[in-house]
Design a protein around this ligand. Structure first.
Ligand code: ADP
Length: 188
C-alpha cells in the first residue's frame, strides 16, 4: 500500500496515518514530525527548519525532498507507506512522482481529508492546550490555513487528474473517518 494523506492542518493526518499504517502493516511517514526532529538539531540546517516551522511557513522544497525521499524509498522496500504531509507543494509532487516513476513505485491512492476552517482551527487550539506545539497559536494557525490554500490545495486537482484522488469528510469521529478511508481505498 502506497497512500498519501493530503489535508489541511488539523484534519487528523497524524491520527489516521497511525491507524492506516497499523492496518496495512506499513510505515507511517509524517513529514512534520520528521522535520521537527531535524529542527531539534543544534546545527545551521536544524535552526533553519525550526524557523520555518515556527512561522508556519513551508520548509523549502529542496530541504524537504532531501530529508523525505530516502525515507520513502526505504519504506517501499518494506511494503509501502502512509505518507502524511509530503508532498505538500506542486514542485515536491512532481519531483517525488518523477523519482517514483523511474522505479515503478507511484502512489496507489491520495486521500483528501477535508473539514471547514472553523473545525480545523478549534481542533488545533485544543491540541495546543495538550502538547503545546509552538505553531499552534491562533495567529500561526490562521496563517498555516492560508499556506495550505495557496501552496497545497493545487495538489487536489493534480492528483484528481491522475485518477487517484478520493475525498473523505474529516469532521466526524476518528473511527468514522478511518472507516470512510478504508471504504474509499478498497479495490473491491
Ligand atoms: P500541520 O499539517 O498540522 O500543520 P505538520 O506536522 O504536518 O502539521 O507540519 C508542520 C510544519 O512542518 C508545517 O507548517 C511546515 O513548516 C513543515 N512541513 C511539514 N511538511 C512539509 C512539507 N512537505 N514541505 C514543507 N514544509 C513542511
Amino acid at each position: 500500500m502506497r497512500l498519501l494523506l493530503l489535508a489541511p492542518p488539523g484534519a487528523g493526518k497524524g491520527t489516521q496515518g497511525d491507524r492506516l499504517a497499523a492496518r496495512f502493516g506499513v510505515e507511517h511517514i509524517a513529514a512534520g514530525d520528521i522535520l521537527r526532529d531535524q529542527a531539534r538539531a543544534d546545527t545551521p540546517a536544524g535552526r533553519e527548519i525550526a524557523a520555518y516551522q515556527q512561522r508556519g511557513d513551508l520548509v523549502p522544497d529542496q530541504i524537504v525532498l532531501e530529508v523525505m525521499m530516502p525515507r520513502v524509498e526505504k519504506a517501499v522496500e518494506h511494503g509501502g507507506y502512509i505518507l502524511d504531509g509530503f508532498p505538500r507543494t506542486l514542485s515536491q509532487a512532481t519531483a517525488a512522482a518523477e523519482i517514483a516513476r523511474q522505479r515503478g513505485l507511484t502512489l496507489d491512492h491520495v486521500v483528501y481529508l477535508h473539514a471547514p476552517d472553523e473545525v480545523l482551527t478549534r481542533r488545533m487550539l485544543h491540541r495546543a492546550e495538550q502538547d503545546g506545539r509552538g505553531d499552534d497559536t491562533a495567529e500561526v494557525i490562521a496563517y498555516r490555513l492560508r499556506v495550505f490554500d495557496q501552496a497545497t490545495r493545487p495538489l487536489i486537482d493534480y492528483y484528481r487528474g491522475r485518477g487517484i484522488l478520493v475525498e473523505v469528510e474529516a469532521d466526524q469521529t476518528p473511527d468514522a473517518v478511518t472507516g470512510d478511508i478504508l471504504a474509499a481505498v478498497s479495490d473491491v
